[in-house]
Design a protein around this ligand. Structure first.
Ligand code: NAD
Length: 500
């Protein structure tokens, strides 16, 4: 039956407007219990730290969520001692089949408490609930499932029959995927028999503290996982602690370099997952509709706070105008706002400091002569927000084309020939990821072969799987996380075991 309003033109318009506007669909905040204050998780228990307290806030409304502890040198020492004791007395001697059971248990608990974790992550980070619910939490569980499978098969991983754990691992992670980065770090470390002291980022400590509860629920032996909250100084104390056998760091290139310098010559193992400035290359035969969706996913997923984001769009000149026009049209339909609303596409920027950096770099883009376009959308009054933005007329010399913005900002450059695309794509100190859009398989292979990037996606972007290694070239770091390759940094290999 025809709706009565649909019979006249103004009626049809009114009806369309009614259906084009979504009703609010907020996820319930009450699903998660946030304590007013948190201590540190050391030796299987939450304990008071000696350091100062600081607040973690919801970036969408700037309200305080909880007080957390800044671990000081004495706290770091306590955690490393607990991890050493657990390593020597329990975990390194626990058979792989038993370690696997703990990892499976943790994976299942992440699934069971998935809604809580998703809401908490969204509150503390600002990311849309549909992303924390459908990506971060399932991917974190998948990592534990995957590495649980390796725990009793390490002899067959290709690193020799006499592999051993390294011992105590110090891990420092950033704020963009707090739970997922934790899973990337902790799952392979436990599977290989190491114990862990992990520090989450200062603006997003809450999901790691909930994970500590999950470790208790899983009956993980005390000291196997220790969580220390705090800022850069806590991280520095941890990675430079002489009781640490291996450091795994994900964060900025600047801090990664400082860590590499600080521990050089100490014999401590190090893997670094750092920044990126990925080229997303669109050839003239690319399927435009799919490509536009891929470009949006590549740079506007998680507000562009993604190390492997496709932040440099390289479009073949003949189709550049059409791609940009369609892209802008698509971006105008994205919904920015309450991260807890299930219809939200673009959430809040994680912190004032990050918002300031995005503003500074976009202002530089305009000052240097690039054309700025931002989607028209109402920004909430409180909190940290930035509208999806596209720069055209960008040259390789512009700061927005070479520096990592780490926000919802895309720089569009053009090319005429495949060789020019490769030259421009590789013209960066980074080398984490890249994308290729074309109808031709041979062109994908030709291009991928020449790109200096750890991960290359073809006709897709930002796809992750626990079985697939991830990592960079050049200033994007060294070492791989994920897959069989992700086991290696946590193992003392046969030659090292013999030498010891
Ligand atoms: P950041 O380097 O400022 O901080 C990362 C972590 O390091 C935080 O926990 C911080 O407290 C800690 N830290 C700061 N100074 C330290 C020091 N001297 N010693 C030890 N730890 C210290 O980076 P950020 O702003 O939190 O994160 C954004 C950066 O992370 C971006 O550059 C992004 O590309 C990168 N990143 C990389 C990957 C990857 O897999 N390659 C993934 C996510 C994020």
């Amino acid at each position: 039956m025809t709706h009565p309003a649909a019979t006249s033109a103004p009626g049809r318009l009114a009806l369309a407007e009614r259906f084009l506007h979504y009703a609010p669909a907020p996820e319930s905040r009450s699903i998660v219990d946030i304590r007013p204050a948190y201590g540190l998780f050391i030796d299987g228990a939450f304990v008071e730290g000696d350091g100062e307290r600081f607040s973690t806030i919801n970036p969408a409304d700037e309200k305080v969520l909880a007080e957390v502890t800044s671990a000081n040198a004495a706290d770091v020492d306590r955690a490393v001692v607990a991890a050493r004791r657990a390593s020597e007395r329990v975990w390194s001697a626990t058979p792989g089949t038993e370690r696997a059971k703990y990892l499976f248990r943790i994976a299942r608990l992440i699934q069971e408490r998935g809604r809580e974790l998703a809401v908490l992550e969204t509150l503390d980070n600002g990311k849309p609930i549909k992303e924390s619910r459908d990506f971060d939490v399932p991917a974190a569980a998948a990592h534990f499932f995957y590495y649980a499978g390796w725990a009793d098969k390490l002899e067959y991983a290709g690193y020799g029959p006499t592999v051993r754990p390294r011992g105590v691992v110090g891990q420092v992670i950033p704020w963009n995927f707090p739970l997922l980065m934790l899973a990337w770090k902790i799952a392979p470390a436990l599977a290989t028999g190491n114990t862990v002291v992990l520090k989450p980022a200062e603006t997003t400590p809450l999901s790691a503290l909930l994970f500590a509860e999950i470790c208790q629920q899983a009956d993980l032996p005390p000291g196997v996982v220790n969580i220390l909250t705090g800022a850069g100084e806590t991280g520095r104390l941890l990675v430079e602690h002489e009781g640490i056998d291996k450091v795994a760091f994900t964060g900025s290139t600047q801090v990664g370099k400082a860590i590499a310098r600080a521990i050089a010559g100490t014999g401590t193992g190090l893997t670094l997952e750092l920044g990126g400035k990925a080229a997303n290359i669109v050839y003239d035969d690319a399927p435009i509709d799919e490509t536009v969706e891929g470009i949006v996913n590549g740079i506007f997923f998680n507000q562009g706070h993604v190390c492997c984001a496709g932040s440099r769009l390289l479009v073949q000149e003949s189709i550049a105008e059409e791609v940009v026009e369609r892209l802008q049209r698509r971006l105008s339909t994205l919904r920015l706002g309450d991260p807890l609303d299930k219809n939200t596409d673009i959430g809040a920027i994680n912190s004032q400091a990050q918002l300031d950096r995005i503003r500074e770099l976009t202002a530089a883009g305009e000052a240097e002569g690039a054309q700025r376009w931002s989607a028209t959308c109402e920004l909430p009054e409180r909190g940290y927000w930035f509208a999806p933005t596209v720069f055209t007329d960008v040259s390789q010399a512009h700061r927005i084309a070479s520096e990592e913005v780490f926000g919802p900002v895309l720089s569009v450059l053009t090319f005429r020939t495949p060789d020019e695309a490769i030259a421009k794509a590789n013209n960066t100190p980074y080398g984490l990821s890249a994308g290729i859009w074309t109808d031709k398989g041979s062109r994908i292979l030709w291009t991928a072969d020449r790109l200096r990037a750890g991960v290359v996606w073809a006709n897709t972007f930002n796809q992750f799987d626990p079985s697939s290694p991830f990592g960079g070239y050049k200033e994007s770091g060294y070492g791989r996380e994920g897959g069989r390759h992700g086991l290696e940094p946590y193992l003392a290999l046969a030659t090292e075991v013999d030498a010891a």
